[in-house]
Design a binder for this molecule. Structure first.
Ligand code: HEM
Ligand SMILES: *[C@@H]1O[C@H](CO)[C@@H](O)[C@H](O)[C@H]1NC(C)=O
Length: 336
């Protein structure tokens, strides 16, 4: 078996640790949320998964990027108060939610599609299915539609009554984060360094606004010059899309080689200095563990897909509201 980690002894010890920790993680998950289950809506809304899949598919045919946007929306939901659809709440005069937080404003996409799916689900199974579960399913379908793996989604999340903008400002990792910062921000969510490298592979699809990475192209960390770890041609093409004084809302693909295909090419890109954010590129220039996994995933796409599924399920299990907590919103944009 190919292993990302050095000699045989270290590998064995590490495998044993990974195995043990996965047992511990499974036990703690199932006792925390006894009601999260793949069969949650089997009797109350058996059509649910078909509705979500067909709507995501239709939207994807109109505009492929929607898949990436839904995947990211789920990530930003789960990192703030758990996967509870808090990110979907609109601001009002008296309520400031997560949509207008720094990492989200003018950036998150896909809200209209979630509304449309929710409306269709409400017609078929009124008052039963949470917005949080719809978003989780839509994220899974998005990965599958773009060529990635698929998996069974655990269901039974309920929707929050509130959101936390401050938390969105401080808990969503910024694109300039280094490895220790990324590791600690994922650890706050109960996710490991390996989960972090693995979930970063989501940057295999979608686009980024120039404003999120332009500093690297011209004045990296105030140095007056580009980030020296960027491959020269790659730097050139990004500078063309994002000139120094250009529009901050112009977009570049996260994976220049296969922009709308969910694959392991992201990890190959990093080895060539073609990561779009510093937070991507540092995975190959930082500490050993991330670098080893970047290599490993780049030559074993199956291993990447399997890990990605595990990490997505873990991220989808972050402190859900279950049982009688929270509510089933009628409209994903506001509490009932
Ligand atoms: C590791 C820390 C991460 C950082 C620093 C980060 C940062 C970013 C940034 C700055 C953007 C561009 C936003 C914009 O243009 O306004 C972006 C896009 C994206 N991110 Fe991440 N991200 C991270 C992890 C993740 C994770 C865990 C996922 C999902 C599992 C994800 C999925 C995506 C996707 C799919 C896009 C493209 C969205 C679209 O095209 O609409 N990211 N990310
Ligand atoms: C919102 O998030 C911040 C930062 O994580 C936290 O300090 C604060 O207690 C949260 N507010 C509420 C009402 O939960």
């Amino acid at each position: 078996m190919d292993s990302p980690l050095g000699d045989a002894n270290t590998t064995l010890i590490l495998l044993a640790l990974v195995f043990l920790s996965s047992i511990v993680a499974d036990v703690s998950c199932s006792s925390d949320d006894p009601s999260l289950s793949a069969f949650f809506y089997d009797y109350t809304c058996p059509q649910l998964q078909d509705i979500v899949r067909s709507d995501v598919e239709k939207a994807f045919k109109r505009e492929a990027r929607i898949a990436a946007s839904l995947l990211r929306l789920h990530f930003h939901d789960c990192f703030i108060n758990g996967c509870d659809a808090s990110v979907l709440l609109d601001d009002t005069k008296t309520f400031k939610g997560e949509k207008s937080a720094l990492p989200n404003a003018n950036s998150l996409r896909g809200f209209e599609l979630i509304d449309a799916i929710k409306a269709r689900v409400e017609i078929q199974c009124e008052g039963v299915v949470s917005c949080a579960d719809i978003l989780t399913l839509a994220a899974r379908d998005s990965v599958a539609l773009t060529g990635g793996p698929s998996w069974e989604v655990l269901l039974g999340r309920r929707d929050s009554l509130t959101a936390n903008r401050t938390a969105a400002n401080v808990l969503i990792p910024p694109p300039i984060a280094d490895v220790p910062k990324l590791v600690s921000m994922f650890a706050t969510m109960g996710l490991t360094e390996v989960d972090m490298v693995t979930l970063s592979g989501a940057h295999s699809i979608g686009q980024a606004r120039c404003s999120t990475f332009r500093q690297r192209l011209f004045d990296d960390r105030g140095s007056g010059s580009p980030d020296p770890t960027m491959q020269k041609q790659f730097l050139g093409s990004l500078q063309e899309i994002c000139p120094r004084q250009g529009n901050g809302n112009a977009v570049a693909p996260l994976d220049f080689v296969t922009p709308m295909r969910f694959d392991n090419n992201y990890y190959l890109n990093l080895q060539y200095g073609k990561g779009i954010f510093a937070s991507d590129q540092v995975l190959f220039s930082g500490r050993g563990i991330t670098e080893n996994y970047v290599r490993y995933y780049s030559y074993d796409q199956d291993a990447f897909f399997q890990s990605f599924v595990r990490s997505m399920i873990k991220m989808g299990n972050i402190t859900p509201l279950t049982g009688k907590r929270g509510q089933i919103r009628k409209n994903c944009r506001r509490p009932n």
